[in-house]
Design a protein. Sequence first.
Lengths: 376, 319, 635
Amino acid sequence: MNLRISRSDFIIALAPLIAFLLALVAGGGILLVLGKNPIEAYGVMLDGAFGNEASLFRTLTRATPLLIIAVGICIAFRAGVINIGAEGQLFVGAISAAGFSIYAGAQLPPILLVPLTLLVGMIAGALWGAVPGFLKARFDVNEILSTVMMNEIAVQLLLFLLSGPMIDPEQLAQGTRVPQSAQLPEASWLARLAPPSQLHTGLFIGLAAAVVVYLLLWRTTTGFRIRAVGQNRDASRYAGISVPRYLMLGLVLSGALAGLAGAVEVTGITHRVVEGFAVGYGFSGIVVALFGRLHPLGAVPSAFLFGALLVGADKMQRTMQVPSATITVLQGLVVIFVVSSDFWVRRYTARRQARVATNMPITPEVTPATPSEVSA
Amino acid sequence: MNNLNIVQIGAEALALAVLFATPFLFAALGEVFVQRSGVLNLGVEGMMLMGAFTSIYVVSSKGLGADPVIGLLVAMVVGALLGLAMAVVSVTLQAEQGISGIGFTLFGLGLSTLLFKLLAGGVITARGFQSLYIPGLSDIPYIGKILFQQNVLTYLAFALVPISVWVLNKTTWGLQIRAVGQNPAAADAMGVNVARVRYLTLIFGGMMAGVAGASLSIAALPVFQENMTEGRGFIAVALVYFGGWSPWKVMGGALLFSIANNLQYWAQNYNLQIAGSPIAPNLLLMVPYVLTILVLVFARQRRRQEPAALTKPFTRGEN
Amino acid sequence: MKKRALITILIALFALAVVVNAQAPFRVAIVAPSSVTDLAWTQAMYDALGQVQESMGGEGAMEIAYTEGMFDVTAAAQALRDYAEDGYNLVIAHGTQYGTSLFELAPDYPDTSFAWGTASDTGAGQGLTNVFAYEASAEEGGYINGVMAGLMTESGVVGIVGPVPAGDALLYINGFQQGVHASNPGAQILLAYTGSFGDTAAAAETAQTQIAGGADVLTGSAQQVVGAIDAAQTAGAVWFGTQFDQSGNWAETVVSSQVFDWTATLEDMIAQIQSGTLGGTAYNLTLANGGLTFAYGQVAIPDDVRAAADQAVADVAAGIAYPLGGLPEGQFRVALVAPSSVTDLAWTQSMYSALTEMQQQLGGEGAMEIAYTEGMFDVTAAAQALRDYAEDGYDLVLAHGTQYGTSLFELAPDYPETAFAWGTATDTGADQGLTNVFAYEARAEEGGYINGVVAGLMTESNVIGIVGPVPAGDALLYINGFQQGVAASNPEAQILLAYTGSFGDTAAAAETAQTQIAGGADVLTGSAQQVVGAIDAIQTAGGYWFGTQSDQSANWPDTVVASQVFNWTPVVGSMIESIVSGSVGGTAYELSLSNGGLTFAYGQVEIPEEARAAADQATTDIASGAIVVQQELPE
């Protein structure tokens, strides 16, 4: 490790930050058009995300599912497959975990119930991810296509289950028939860390997942092979690695984590699956993973910052009373600007690499043609 | 009682499927060019929404009350501008394309909704492109209904399919696009300006996405409601993969998807039953998606010609 | 005082002596704070007694004794006890202030029936069985007067001469202000209290200051107002009265008076007493039960004002409009968290427009703040929004989506002072110990049935299409009701039903509608914010549309026949009123045809006479229970 801090290190660290600020400046123009004071608005935003303990907990609460999804996305992208399907995998994981907990909850001791519920969510997510994985491995069906389609299928499956087979018996009794599942037995709920905030032990699950996936990818043979396949399929094939197998594994593990995120969200926050459950988390998870440079440990600060953006922006929207679409525009701008700032990061990384002559790319490509990396 | 026989239903379903395949076709054809040049544009959804809103706003009485053609032009310009922005981000700045695409989708979704709220204040309607009956041909039984009673944008979308094939395969232009997508270094060595080609395909792709949005808001249903595309942009991108980057197959995919989708509505309308029990609507709604995957699995295509440089930025001298 | 009591006793004894051998008349005594000719509160009751006496057959059948001017509560208590002692059948304590004394003495005379007003408490909670309570929803007539006043003022300034800000007078004044705001949001209201019920001179002076301030329309309450009416007449202003018909002396000045008609109340009390029930009923005069009526002077009322008043009377009586009796002190702050946009022409807009309507009625943004967070399909984000609003001290926080329930129940205990409301729901969390949650829902199937009846009669092709979002919730109830309505009015009609699988997919709704039009449908309906696509499709095809949740006719007036509208205004009003009175939850509201919560908005489509009649009949039948619309269709 090179511990000296050079100018390029600064730029690498500062580029995303500057980009973020520039995105806010651009968003400030929109706020001005809306007749709001951007400085005041961003002050509210900052305060809403970090201002006090309660807002910090909110940020962490929102970050938790994004972190778990993003960690999974890292595996898929490292294996060279683009998993757009986290959204659907999360739904399937959540509904399966909920179903298991509701129907088996009474028969199991609480000590087993929580882990098994989460496990069921993981397995369901893994299976949902296995479908595009299998199609990719066996039939070379492009995963962007299959995961987009699987998302839509999952949405309809969720609605089907919530409005029919799994509908809350209360909803039938009251005649309101709102599509939602029954409440999960309390024994399967994840513990709250700091009531009254909704922060729950899922945060630790997310952090553990990040570490485990990091170890998996960089400290095991399986991980090495996954990355090798992602780096260069042809070379891996020559090296005797079963490329289809690891492509599939990438999607399966990625799906498992998205499913886990769904299970964590339902046991940690909502305690039942409702219509509109966790919509958009899958996509946000992809953004988080890519902001974290597709590194499971990078996903940790990335998820935190993205959670802060969501919480702070929500707060700003409420306090300033701007249309909520303003927030969507702002998020779009942040994503575009920050991802563009990679340009400078790459440029200075390349210079540094040239200088210190180590092989340490910060930004792995999805199917990069860059030389394989040695260490993280 | 007005009961249609199965042939009539088929004709009606096909006619509607052709109409509702139009936005997919525009967006996906544009994306074919973009991907053929080696760039993945996942921002199609946002660009469609911007095209959809700006075009109907210009046409509606709440806006300028302009002719639909003006609306179409506005959608093209807006889409092209977004495509240009995407080009700056993904070509010049070499940003990761999946993520910047999601950024553009968010941006387009947010901005179209914001403009809709500020300018229109609520649902807007307009008199858009009307059905254009092709003299003679529109009277052919069934076929006329399906193919020759559509609006002008639908004709345009399908006309663009052979034109796209021709451009891609028979012109210098197409050759450059394909070269840039397959092997940018080689193309560069041959004197092709890789960045310029990619800029142009992205601008064209954005324009087509804008038109795709307009084909919903000022043709298929002259109305705008926030987030009215509901994921159609992503389906369009998926259809490019379905079609293996070939405009004809992309058209096949768009039609297959739309036909399956429209038929499931008919199945719901007439309460289609299997083994005496009705099928839950949400299960029928899955059919087009499942079918699209299955067809791809069983069609056993020839080796698809994925552009080798897809999603890879190009820097001169690096590769 | 003693002398008067003595006289009373003597009269009573004399009366007793008279009737001993005749058939015993029904004996009523009233103790009132003001004079029986006060043109106000006391005279309203006294005249009603006279009318009842007449209809019962005169003095021989009913005896009336009164003690007026009993502003001294101690003296009044003595009078009440005296009458009871004398064996009167019904002793009326005609003042809220007499309540404490009444509850003290009532147990001593278990065979005597007492009546007490303004009050709603019959003492049943304390074990009393011989007390009736009565009150008047004076805010309702106040609202009507206010609507007229708002329209009739030319200067845009309206004056109110109040006695003390309490009781019946406050109800009336509150209602009046809301009426003015509702009909003329720009009008300025000058409100002053004299601090007395009987200070005629102060009332006159107050009125004159208001006239000097530009007021050309005035109102006021209590016996003091005669001074104010006179001042109004002198200045050429007009007056609105309450409690009693005040036009007698000022026919050219008094436009209308809300009149408390207690006759039905008294008749019912007497009938109950004669059948052995001595108390326990609480009566309330309302526009709906005919207890509140209007008397007009000779002021020419423009036709549009009269029409607006008639409409307002009908709306209040039907529960469609809801004047609040108790107004919030200072600004009332409401926050709405909703899954879709406030302009969705559907579920969210139905609530948002109720809030804005209530805001106008209460006097604009200064009186009521509305904050909202829309597009909150993410439940976690919604929970944070709800908590923020509670934290910010909003008085009422609306969680406008069933999916928010779990989070709401979690955070509600942390903010026991904040009122939360939750819908679609019937559960206020009472069994979990929550006291600060209201629940609300709509019986969408009822309006669906009515729409279906009309649709069945308006289709020419006999094919009707339904564009559903997801077969669940409110949409499913509506669709099921609609199908039953069609089956009832046109069993021949074929129904094409398809779901888009989404609430917001406008294009899918358009496509679905077009398949149904291709299948022959000329009349369509559907639910959720996506339907705008479907409405446009049926407009292009020249057919008709039936809407639900919000009024959908604005963009398509020639296509939308009728929309079932979720009218949450009375629910919002009732919640605010409840919060103002200190109860921040516990009530579950339901919108139905019979309670005015479900109404219909019409476009410009001409509805055939036959269809309209059938719809009216069905509405009556559903309200009366003759037709029960099933929530689920038979297999």
